[in-house]
Design a protein around this ligand. Structure first.
Ligand code: CA
Length: 148
């Protein structure tokens, strides 16, 4: 298991990615490839691809997780076609420099699947669930589930 997330590194990687588009600054949604929201108890069927956000050694796309009451959850990411990697970030403000790493997992779900278990969330906070592949060849269909 490796720790790859740090806000400055990601900000740099994402900025470098967009360097051939000199004028329009990207929104936070574009920078983090936010595909929507995910609710506690919900399942999302997603597809990670080479058109998603490039963080240097792999791709990401993400989902906002809104919390209405303090709670403890599990987050599962599985794929039959690639090696998954999963992050949970806290959003302090709407930019890539204001994301805190809460926790992450590579293979805790068995095989190459990811599982973050027993993470405590605070109702006052806003979170981002980041679906990631282990490296750049890790793209394809996946299933993300938030279990209360
Ligand atoms: Ca994995």
């Amino acid at each position: 298991m490796r720790l790859r997330w740090s806000a400055p590194a990601i900000a740099f990687a994402l900025a470098a990615c967009g360097s051939d588009e000199p004028t329009a600054p990207q929104t936070f949604e574009q920078q983090m490839c936010i595909r929507g929201t995910i609710a506690i108890g919900a399942t999302v069927n997603g597809t990670l691809g080479t058109n998603d956000c490039d963080i240097g050694d792999s791709y990401i796309e993400s989902y906002r997780l809104n919390v209405v009451a303090d709670t403890t959850i599990d987050i599962s990411m599985t794929s039959g076609v690639f090696d998954t990697y999963l992050f949970l970030l806290r959003i302090r403000a709407e930019n890539v420099d204001s994301l805190d790493l809460v926790t992450f997992d590579d293979d805790g779900g068995g095989g190459t699947n990811s599982l973050i278990s027993g993470v405590a969330l605070l109702a006052a906070d806003d979170y981002l669930v980041v679906a990631n592949g282990f490296d750049k060849s890790d793209v394809g269909a996946y299933v993300l589930t938030i279990v209360p």
